[in-house]
Write a protein that binds this ligand. Structure first.
Ligand SMILES: NC(=O)C1=CN([C@@H]2O[C@H](COP(=O)(O)OP(=O)(O)OC[C@H]3O[C@@H](n4cnc5c(N)ncnc54)[C@H](O)[C@@H]3O)[C@@H](O)[C@H]2O)C=CC1
Ligand SMILES: N[C@@H](CC=O)C(=O)O
Length: 815
């Protein structure tokens, strides 16, 4: 979804049933099969449609099948005819009476009685002449009923019989005569109404009822889109999208969230059960997007078909058709082969090898056609198996892979489709479910697409983005990762087609727009990626409060932000539980020690059965740098401003000076070590004087010199006893009692914590296995490079886990 779509979607969401642009919604028979189904459809219309939209309907449930059966009984003069008619009439009456108030029900009931009378008359006298008229009752009843229900419960709605305006000029090709149909429709239109139109039926230029063939209602919907210049068509059906293979047979199939028009058309041509070749014909220009969504679960994002950028074009799918005929003839070599392929709309054809693949029912016609050309033909029963994707015939690597996966099969030929969007293998045996699964696995196993959203483009965020293009190029685990979102506190740039990581910041400068939480939520709920990772590099408590929503959507979170990991215990536990329930990964290695592997070390000890009883050290890069550097020659506040400039402090350095940042880190590590405690359980010495507490960051920085006397005094006192001052975090457990404190301490110069490189962190861990001689981890604990590097390390871990399809949640660094 582009930013434009995003904004538009939000506008739509806030303007349900408001006067707006026309969209077309089509509801299939299964979506309208019962009272309960129709109630669901009414809810969908309430939430997703607007006045002036067009609703196209199929016949309720199995009504068309019942009408076919009735027609057949009449032809065969079967004694079951009366009973079948009564059953169908009763079924329609039940729907009418259960959904409408008494007055409307009586009105529709009387129409139904009239229709049944008419049907019986046609059935008793030349039923063949009225075949299409009889079938048309299904859509007629369905549209009349739905429009009445909408009128009663939702908004003004009118009912239109498509035969009153929709004219086809050639029955075989189902070509629409738009020059008659469009003005005919417009003349009947009522402004500020929903229009409910019968699918499947139309008339010819002699005003004879015609049907639009198999799945004609989908075609009706796209015709209505072309007639009304609609922006979107949604096919509400009983499946929730188009999959990379038929999900009934291929459990590993993935939903294709976005399909380029040409690829969708090719899938329809090669027998995709949801898409049909004619359906896409009226949308050939690609401007109107087609959505496939489930009326049984409308909140689940379906498949969008239209014009897309590069990313959607990388998707591959696999489809097959059994019970076909391979026709081989010398005549098919050269131009005649091409002509035959076009004449019979062959599933595939190769004029160099002289072959075409057709459906069984076409065999006779092909024989006759060839007889006219006086040549011989050999017919062989075959099946086809195809890999379908945007311009796939030009992708040598994909074709090679496809051939490799089929090397043990009896492949008669591998042919490029004329469209360029599929490579088709002709098999001498039917395609088995096992073969379909194997080929699908091989062709799509690397195709999991992961979206990346980066929140926070400050000191660390910018460095993270600077490193991203190189990381994407050199780390195999990031192969299918796409930067799709960037945000700061004020603006966001979301582009589902991907944001070029090499120009991320300038693209953000040029195209970012204001956003709010509702907009973000709506996008996050409908994003088209298999997985989405949000990297939180903000210092914002408010942003951390979105994690619960992220986890509910199965989104993964990597954070440098410490708020969520140090939240009050009930909240923290709720986040862990929600992440686990939805297989969301939550990693926050950089929340303590920046890029140092302290979280991993603690987790590893715990996992291996060790028990930690003490964690202490210098956890703040800022305070480490300040106290290691401060010797009284330069005022403390000058050093503080210097640290801010170097990017090692928190955005507001009082977070460091107050000990709050260290307090959070100690809590995060104690939790990682398996202890349950909250921030209040960690005693904290605040080094910010009261008078500087309530100021804005800018005011504080302007008045920072007020802290100098305090630190000068502390330093001088320490010097008199050959000691030094350091801000130390200490956590220990003795006899089950927890003690946790962060404070300024006066240390002997020989103390392990007294002599570290400025800005380094030092972590000392005592445990069952490290009692006398503690485990020490030491190194740079703050700064742009190491923190951004640590975030990239978490990113690779998440992507690797996703590639390995680990079902178990791992919340590294925070568990
Ligand atoms: N400086 C360091 O060495 C380390 C920093 N961190 C953490 O990294 C985070 C970022 O630090 P800096 O880059 O120094 O901060 P910064 O102040 O330079 O940048 C913060 C960014 O977050 C954005 N932001 C703020 N609130 C937002 C919201 N509600 N929604 C979206 N974006 C929002 C801001 O617009 C800005 O782009 C902090 O949580 C910090 O604790 C973690 C480890 C080390
Ligand atoms: N200000 C912090 C930055 C990282 O969390 C520190 O000094 O460690």
């Amino acid at each position: 979804m582009t930013q434009d779509n995003l904004v538009e979607q939000l506008t739509v969401a806030h303007n349900q049933l408001a006067k707006h642009a026309t969209n077309v919604h089509k509801f299939g028979g299964s979506s309208l099969a019962s009272t309960q189904c129709i109630e669901r459809v009414v809810d969908i219309i309430r939430q997703h449609c607007q006045l002036n939209d067009i609703i196209v309907v199929s016949a309720n449930g199995k009504t068309t099948d019942a009408l076919f059966a009735i027609f057949q009984c009449a032809i065969e003069q079967s004694p079951e005819l009366e009973e079948k008619i009564t059953q169908l009439e009763n079924m329609q009456s039940e729907l009418i009476n259960s959904l409408l108030n008494a007055a409307s029900a009586a009105r529709l009931q009387s129409y139904l009685t009239e229709d049944i009378k008419q049907m019986k008359a046609w059935l008793s006298d030349q039923p063949e002449t009225h075949h299409a008229d009889i079938l048309a009752f299904g859509e007629l009843w369905s549209a009349r009923l739905l429009s009445s229900v909408l009128n009663e419960r939702v908004c003004p709605a009118i009912f239109m019989d498509a035969r009153d305006f929709l004219v086809i000029d050639n029955e075989q090709e189902y070509n629409v005569d738009y020059s008659v149909s469009r003005p005919g429709f417009e003349a009947k239109l009522h402004a500020n109404h929903l229009t409910v139109v019968t699918g499947y039926i139309c008339r010819d230029s002699q005003s004879v009822t015609r049907t639009l063939g198999r799945n004609g209602s989908d075609y009706s919907a796209t015709i209505m889109a072309a007639i009304s210049h609609a922006n979107q068509v949604t096919l509400w059906t009983d499946v929730d999208g188009i999959y990379s293979a038929d999900p009934r047979f291929v459990p590993q199939s993935r939903k294709l969230h976005r399909l380029p028009n040409g690829v969708a058309k090719e899938l329809g041509r090669l027998g995709n059960p949801v898409l049909h070749a004619n359906t896409l014909k009226p949308l050939a220009d690609g401007k109107t997007h087609l959505h496939v969504a489930s009326s049984f679960d409308p909140s689940v994002p379906g498949t969008e078909i239209g014009r897309f950028g590069q990313l959607a074009k990388q998707e591959l799918s696999v489809t097959y058709l059994n019970d076909l005929i391979l026709a081989q003839s010398q005549s098919f070599i050269g131009d005649l082969g091409r002509e035959a392929g076009e004449t019979f709309a062959a599933l595939c054809a190769d004029e160099t090898q002289g072959l075409i693949v057709i459906r069984q029912e076409q065999q006779k016609a092909v024989s006759q056609w060839l007889a006219a050309h006086d040549t011989e033909v050999a017919f062989t029963p075959v099946s086809i198996l195809a890999t379908v994707g945007h311009k796939v015939t030009r992708q040598g690597n994909v074709k090679a892979k496809f051939k490799r996966t089929l090397r043990h099969q009896k492949v008669l030929a591998v042919v490029d489709a004329w469209s360029g969007h599929s490579v088709i293998a002709i098999l001498s045996e039917p395609c088995s479910v096992e073969l379909l699964n194997n080929v699908h696995h091989d062709m799509t196993k690397d195709a999991k697409h992961i979206g990346l959203v980066v929140a926070g483009l400050g000191n660390i965020g910018v460095k993270f983005l600077e490193m991203l293009p190189k990381q994407l190029a050199r780390i195999p685990a990031l192969e299918n990762l796409h930067l799709v979102g960037l945000m700061t506190s004020k603006k966001a740039l979301i582009n589902t087609d991907g944001i070029d990581a090499s120009h991320a910041l300038s693209l953000f400068e040029q195209h970012a727009v204001s956003f709010d939480k509702a907009l973000l939520s709506s996008w996050l709920k409908s994003h088209p990626y298999d997985e989405l990772i949000v990297v939180d590099i903000t210092p914002s408590e408010k942003f951390s409060q979105l994690y619960l929503e992220f986890f509910k959507e199965g989104i993964h979170v990597i954070c440098a932000n410490k708020w969520a990991a140090s939240a009050p215990t009930p909240k923290y536990n709720e986040l862990l539980a929600e992440a686990k329930a939805n297989n969301s990964q939550w990693l926050g290695s950089t929340t303590v020690g920046a890029g140092l592997p302290i979280n991993y070390a603690i987790q590893d000890l715990l996992k291996s059965g060790d028990q930690i009883c003490e964690i202490s050290g210098i956890f703040s890069g800022t305070l480490s740098w300040l106290f290691e550097t401060y010797d009284g020659s330069v005022p403390f506040s000058t050093l503080l401003l210097d640290a801010l400039e170097q990017g090692i402090t928190e955005p507001d350095p009082r977070e460091d000076l107050s000990g709050r940042d260290v307090q959070r880190k100690l809590l995060i590590l104690a939790r990682a070590a398996g202890f349950e405690l909250s921030l209040e359980d960690v005693e904290r010495q605040d080094l910010v004087p009261n008078e500087l507490q309530a100021m804005t960051t800018e005011e504080f920085l302007a008045n920072a010199s007020q802290i100098d006397d305090f630190f000068a005094t502390q330093l001088n006192e320490a010097k008199t006893s050959q000691a030094c001052i350091r801000y130390i975090a200490r956590f220990n457990v003795k006899d089950g009692k927890i003690k946790a404190k962060v404070s300024l301490e006066c240390l002997s110069k020989n103390d392990a914590f007294a002599t570290i490189t400025p800005c380094d962190n030092i972590f000392q861990i005592r445990s069952l296995w490290y009692q006398e001689n503690p485990l020490i981890i030491r190194g740079p604990g703050a700064g742009r490079d190491v923190t951004a590097g640590g975030l990239h390390s978490d990113l690779v871990t998440v992507c690797q886990n996703l590639a390995n399809k680990q079902a178990v949640v791992k919340i590294k660094g925070l568990e």
